[in-house]
Design a protein around this ligand. Structure first.
Ligand code: C2E
Ligand code: CA
Ligand code: CA
Length: 646
């Protein structure tokens, strides 16, 4: 018997020592800011207090019969033990929920009140027990402690909290890194082992000791955040951001993310490079933690920061971003110089606007500054960015899976309105977004370099169609759009030749279109390419004439076959006198260059009547046909053939 008391005493005392040293470590490491840290310290205090109580009961047990003082001390120690021990399971639950990213900060989360209520009831039962004896009492005759119904309630509550805690661990499992998973597992195994041993043999009071050891593991693995910290700024790093965001997403935690991208002036970054960038980042970090809780600020990458704001309304989150934007109106002191840094900001609502890790990272990594005075992107701006991301994905998938399709819009001669040819216009059929139009995806493709592959595909399809359907017997040419970006690349002419030669199509059947939006200095390159292509036998048209800053001299020097007047010029000519004069003059000038003229965007008979006296050659527009899929275009081709033969 004495041996067991000694053991209880020793184990309890050891538990106290462990918890107290852990508390000291936590203090030294200064991991005390977050609610999670505070709950962890509370857990240590609870186990320490329980240890103190058990140490006392263990110490006085042999003297119960001899010393008068032994009984009241043991009774009080047991009471305090109960009060603290009752809080253990709920605190463990609250701790786990923080580790797993379940945040009870928003007032809308009614569940937290249920948890507080259950916790409150169990504590009231424990605290009032000296008067009520609902939890336990000392049997008058045997002097032994006897359990009452209150204890059953406390046990059931504890079981509920433990089950909920494990449910959170289960939900967040995928977001926890390996280290944290092992930490959780070890803690659970050690504490459960302690409880089981004590259940099997109540003499061995090893539970608290096991809990103290388990908490030490938690301190080393979960509370120690060295791997989550960016050494330069002391903020949480990208890894920490990914893990935390994943837990928030898994738990559908509502949070606003305010993302800040800073730009250092080029002179600064060139002059003193790395050091100044780091300095700028440090200064900004210091500012951010001065206005927001440090443990909710992340450094996502170079010059990119994210602030997680909990329990805020949309307006409050926007105000936070505005406040940051305002700070960037003032200069920052870097070593001995004052520098203005530029900022771009974005406010995203999670999970409403960003509900996957990939979308979020795409958004924060790739958002570009808002246009004009708009410094802060939010609300619908985000949908546009996400749409861009979806389109980018769709383009790369589309190329691999053959989701691109070439439509044809027929062109007609103005004399007799006979079929002249067609313009090939590309479409992208996305499984989710439906039919996508080039106005939306061509700019994206030009940005990420996939435009080359798209234009190659279109040219290939056009050549195949010409060959297979013997289009050269029915029409003069098919117009194919080229991106200026691609055209300027070395080896372009050989590349194009290669494709067309492979299909054996007569090159004069292909009429390339390029927009006139070419920057000044590049006219020489463009001219060379056009000359080379023309030498090969291809035709060449200038597209969207009248929309850019036409350089008449440059245009006149080009070896073109046709100029396509933009639809806006035609539409304006119908509306106003000035518009009419502009159209007339455009046409006169092109006539002087002795080039063919095609007018786009012809939608009505009136427009044709307006154009007829001006001497244009070809027409294209909805009046004749919208761009149509290949089979429909072939139908138009064959119908027009029978008509012309009739
Ligand atoms: P674009 O070359 O100026 O093509 C003419 C655009 O005007 C087409 O839009 C066509 O559907 C539209 N259009 C034609 N007639 C009418 C009309 O009567 N009324 C109105 N409201 N619109 C008319 P789409 O097909 O959406 O193409 C947009 C732009 O995308 C094209 O402008 C072209 O710059 C580019 N694009 C299309 N296909 C390709 C391609 O294969 N490669 C490259 N690089 N760009 C392409
Ligand atoms: Ca075109
Ligand atoms: Ca055009």
């Amino acid at each position: 018997m004495d041996r067991w008391n000694d053991l209880t005493f020793a184990l309890s005392f050891a538990a106290v020592c462990i918890c107290v040293s852990d508390l000291l470590f936590v203090k030294v490491q200064n991991n005390m800011g977050k609610t999670q840290n505070k709950i962890f310290m509370l857990l240590l205090c609870i186990v320490a207090m329980n240890g103190v109580c058990n140490t006392l009961t263990g110490y006085y047990a042999p003297y119960l019969e001899i010393a008068d003082i032994a009984k009241p001390i043991t009774d009080r120690a047991r009471f305090i033990y109960f009060v603290f021990h009752t809080a253990l399971a709920p605190m463990f639950f609250f701790y786990i929920s923080h580790v797993c990213g379940v945040v009870f900060k928003s007032n809308a989360n009614y569940k937290k009140y249920i948890y507080y209520f259950i916790f409150g009831i169990t504590e009231i039962l424990a605290i009032t027990n000296p008067f009520t004896h609902w939890v336990y009492f000392r049997d008058k005759e045997t002097n032994a402690f006897t359990r009452n119904w209150g204890e059953a309630i406390i046990y059931v509550a504890a079981a509920i909290f433990l089950v909920l805690a494990f449910k959170y661990i289960y939900t967040a499992w995928g977001a926890l890194n390996r280290k944290r998973r092992i930490g959780m597992l070890m803690f659970s195994i050690i504490t459960i082992a302690g409880i089981v041993i004590q259940l099997l043999d109540p003499h061995i009071k090893v539970e608290l000791f096991a809990e103290a050891i388990g908490l030490t593991g938690v301190m080393m693995i979960i509370e120690n955040e060295d791997d989550r910290i960016d050494p330069e700024t002391g903020l949480y790093n990208r890894q920490a951001f990914i893990m935390d965001l994943q837990t928030y997403l898994l738990n559908k935690t509502k949070v606003h993310a305010v993302c800040l991208r800073i730009e250092t002036p080029e002179i600064i970054s060139r002059k003193s490079g790395q050091a100044n960038r780091e300095m700028a980042e440090r200064k900004v970090s210091e500012y951010l933690v001065s206005i927001h809780q440090k443990y909710n600020v992340y450094k996502l990458g170079r010059r990119t920061f994210v602030l997680m704001a909990f329990g805020k309304s949309d307006d409050e989150a926007y105000d936070l971003a505005s406040r940051i934007a305002l700070r960037f109106d003032k200069p920052w002191k870097l070593v001995d110089t004052m520098v203005l840094l530029s900022s771009s900001l974005l406010v995203a609502k999670i999970p409403e606007q960003l509900d996957t890790l990939n979308d979020s990272l795409y958004m924060f990594d790739s958002f570009k500054p808002g246009k004009g005075a708009k410094k802060i992107l939010f609300g619908d701006d985000l949908n546009n960015i996400l749409r861009g991301s979806a389109i980018e994905k769709s383009i790369s998938n589309g190329l691999a899976e053959g989701k691109f399709e070439v439509f044809f819009q027929p062109t007609y001669t103005i004399d007799g309105r006979k079929l002249h040819g067609a313009e090939a216009l590309v479409r992208l059929r996305d499984d989710e977004m439906g039919l996508l139009f080039p106005d939306e995806f061509i700019p994206v493709a030009e940005n990420n370099g996939l435009i080359d592959a798209i234009d190659d595909y279109v040219l290939m399809e056009v050549c195949k169609t010409i060959k297979e359907e013997k289009l050269d017997e029915y029409v003069d040419c098919i117009n194919v759009n080229l991106s200026v970006v691609q055209l300027m690349k070395p080896g372009f002419v050989d590349h194009i030749n290669g494709i067309v030669d492979m299909t054996g199509v007569d090159k004069s059947m292909i009429n390339f279109e390029v927009t006139e939006s070419v920057s000044g200095g590049s006219y020489d390159v463009l001219n060379n390419v056009i000359n080379d292509l023309k030498k090969e036998g291809f035709l060449f048209s200038m597209d969207d004439y009248g929309t850019g800053y036409s350089n008449m001299k440059a245009l006149a020097s080009m070896n073109l076959d046709c100029i396509k007047i933009d639809k806006s010029i035609l539409w304006e000519a119908e509306k106003s006198e000035l518009g009419f004069i502009i159209l007339e003059n455009c046409i006169r000038m092109i006539h002087q260059m002795e080039l063919n003229i095609l007018v786009e965007g012809v939608e009505t008979e009136e427009q044709i009547k307006l154009l007829e006296p001006m001497g244009v050659n070809y027409l294209q527009g909805y009046f004749f046909s919208k761009p149509v899929p290949k089979d429909k275009f072939l139908k138009i081709v064959h119908e027009s053939d029978t008509r012309s033969k009739a």
